[in-house]
Design a protein. Structure first.
Lengths: 325, 326
């Protein structure tokens, strides 16, 4: 079922384009250490040149930047007594140059490297939140839609209540109380404010499926509830659940960037949102440093567009009226 | 009537939940934000410390439930506490100053983007085979995925920093007498970029909803019949299709009126536009919890009431809901 779904997605031109863009960013996130010329938070380059013969004891020493050492051999020779160590500080707030394709920020970090490494956090938070919300709302929707009765009433009521309470202000207020450590809190905040809409949408899908003939037949044949829910209903919800997954992921990436831009995220983490936060805090705009604040926004927009394209295709697949005649 | 009562009950309960959230959030947070805050704030006057304690319920030994009672009563009376970053200004006063700016900016933007967006959506659905239509839809779905605030930054960079066409931030020129023609002109100039940001980023949603509704309606049988009868196309487009397709957008419009207060939050922050959003930004930065909570409450109430109005509008406009007694 899932395989079929992806086959349809690839055959549609819009979603193929979307999948390509998304795939590009996933690759960037996975291979960040290879693509980025520097680790995201260094502001200097230390070159150690051995003067004499290397010592016999060639144990690997890489204390300063463990996995990020660019040239392991230089570090090996730190064991010799005679070596020269040159520290090249990166320029602060420099324009784009050959060494720093997108310039450097106020602390001398290479912005291109930050952008590449930031892909991990931003995309990771987006997809993780999307997954979290999709699973949560799918569970709630199946429970309330299939069981009905009191369960439905209770879940439906809370959904309706949470649905109308405005999300962004609530997110801001909650985030303001929490001291962010790591990225998990932001996933939780985004997730807990993002579940009501998908839940309502998925629930109505469960309700229509519940009364379809094939489900009725299955039930009257005496199939177990778990079989009916997981083998009869769930497979038919994949396209709508995927659509919700992409929509929520997009909202999460935008929400994360917004919270971080306001300074409510963990500003020590390197993500697209925090790059924008530091750009704004250091007046990048009014010193004309477009290379500082334009790229993160473009990346966010590209990822968002890829989700929108995929969802366009899902819409067209499930709603034939939207298809081109 | 049953529908009306149900919606009224939901309104009352959601209002109650929002108010209670406001009370319990700071008390539920891990790590005792109140103590952390008190430890961090050194040079505060004793009165300011008192307001902080009051905001977190640290000033009394009363059990939480009694404090909750006091809080509910005060909130009903409209007493939202004292801001401690703008001490001794009451929170209500701070908001009274900020409100007109937000409502003015967002109100105008909402009307503009609703009218323009719906019109473009109708046109895009009517001529959906043309290249222009698909390009418009594509362009606006692309723009929609920009973060609002970033779009604002880009506009500032190009139109205020590079182009020097508009001021960089604020809402009016300081030093010009209020109410004079020159002052109004400066308000207009300051408002243009924030308004542009909000309109451009919200237009996409209106266009897409309207377009999809319209396409669904155009596939209905009565449109085919109208076409077969040979009615003028213009008449079919406006009287048959658009009139029915616009219904969901109208409720969307009523709902978005609730966001007139809170919808421009981030845009206001970027432009230092002295509305509710910028106030919230300052409150968050100064850890001014009473102000922060009051602003949240205010936005929530506006949205809840607008939702209620939207539901009632649907009831009045759509016979299926009105007579369905659902």
């Amino acid at each position: 079922m899932i395989k079929d779904f992806f086959k349809t997605l690839v055959s549609n031109r819009k979603s193929l384009a979307g999948l390509c863009i998304l795939g590009f960013f996933v690759l960037v996130a996975l291979f960040a250490p290879v693509i980025a010329p520097y680790p995201p938070k260094i502001d200097r380059l230390e070159t150690i040149t051995a003067i004499g013969e290397p010592s016999l004891d060639e144990e690997l020493v890489a204390e300063d930047y463990p996995s990020d050492a660019r040239d392991v051999l230089t570090y090996r020779s730190t064991l010799t007594k005679d070596y020269t160590k040159t520290i090249d500080y990166f320029p602060l707030r420099s324009r784009p140059s050959a060494a720093h394709p997108l310039g450097t920020n106020h602390a001398g970090n290479d912005l291109f490297s930050q952008l590449v490494w930031g892909t991990r956090i931003s995309l990771g938070i987006g997809l993780a939140t999307g997954l979290f919300v999709t699973i949560l709302s799918l569970t709630l929707a199946l429970l309330s839609g299939y069981l009905g009765g009191v369960v439905d009433d209770v879940i439906g009521f809370f959904t309706n209540v949470m649905l109308v309470i405005p999300g962004l202000p609530l997110m801001i207020v909650i985030a303001a109380y929490i001291t962010m450590k790591g990225v998990l809190p932001i996933v939780l905040i985004l997730g807990l404010t993002g579940w009501p809409y998908p839940t309502r949408l998925l629930r109505s899908q469960v309700l229509t499926l519940k009364n379809r003939d094939f489900v009725r037949v299955s039930k009257s044949l005496g199939e177990r509830t778990s079989f009916v829910v997981f083998r009869e209903i769930l497979p038919n919800m994949i396209s709508i659940a995927m659509a919700e997954f992409f929509a929520t992921s997009m909202a999460a990436i935008l929400g994360e960037a917004t919270l971080e831009f306001i300074g409510l995220g963990n500003v020590t983490v390197v993500s697209w949102g925090t790059i924008l936060f530091w750009a704004q805090a250091n007046g990048a705009l009014l010193s004309g440093a477009w290379w500082w604040f334009l790229p993160p926004g473009i990346c966010i927009a590209l990822v968002g567009t890829s989700f929108v394209l995929i969802n366009f295709a899902i819409d067209e697949i499930s709603n034939p009226r939207l298809r081109k005649r | 009537m049953k529908y009306f009562l149900k919606k009224l009950g939901l309104l009352a309960f959601t209002l109650f939940v929002s108010v209670s959230l406001n009370f319990f959030l700071p008390r539920l947070m891990p790590g005792d934000p109140a103590r952390a805050l008190l430890d961090k704030m050194d040079n505060l006057q004793p009165e300011q410390l008192d307001t902080i304690r009051a905001a977190f319920g640290l000033d009394t030994d009363e059990p939480t439930i009694v404090q909750y009672g006091h809080y509910l009563r005060n909130t009903l009376k409209g007493d939202l506490g004292t801001s401690f970053s703008r001490f001794p200004m009451p929170v209500a006063e701070v908001m009274r100053v900020a409100l007109p700016w937000s409502i003015g900016l967002m109100g105008i933007c909402t009307v503009i983007s609703f009218t323009l967006g719906s019109a473009i959506g109708i046109a895009a659905a009517w001529k959906r085979e043309t290249r222009l239509a698909s390009m418009t839809v594509g362009f606006f779905s692309f723009v929609r995925s920009f973060p609002y605030f970033w779009l604002g930054l880009v506009f500032i960079y190009f139109f205020a920093f590079k182009g020097r066409l508009f001021p960089i931030g604020g809402a009016y020129t300081v030093g010009v007498d209020r109410g004079t023609a020159a002052w109004w002109l400066s308000v207009l100039r300051h408002g243009t970029l924030p308004a542009l940001t909000i309109c451009v980023s919200s237009l996409g949603a209106w266009i897409l909803t309207m377009r999809n509704n319209m396409i669904n309606v155009l596939a209905e049988d009565y449109i085919t019949v109208a076409l077969a009868k040979g009615l003028p196309l213009q008449r079919i487009k406006s009287m048959y299709a658009a009139k029915n397709a616009i219904l969901p957008s109208v409720t969307g419009f009523a709902m978005s009126l609730g966001f007139v207060i809170g919808g421009g939050l981030v845009t206001e922050m970027v432009f230092a536009y002295p509305g509710i959003g910028y106030m919230l930004y300052q409150a968050v930065n100064a850890k001014d919890y009473p102000l922060m909570q009051a602003i949240f409450l205010f936005i929530a109430v506006a949205v809840l009431i607008a939702n209620f109005v939207a539901d009632i509008a649907v009831m009045l406009l759509d016979p299926r809901v009105r007579d369905g007694a659902k």
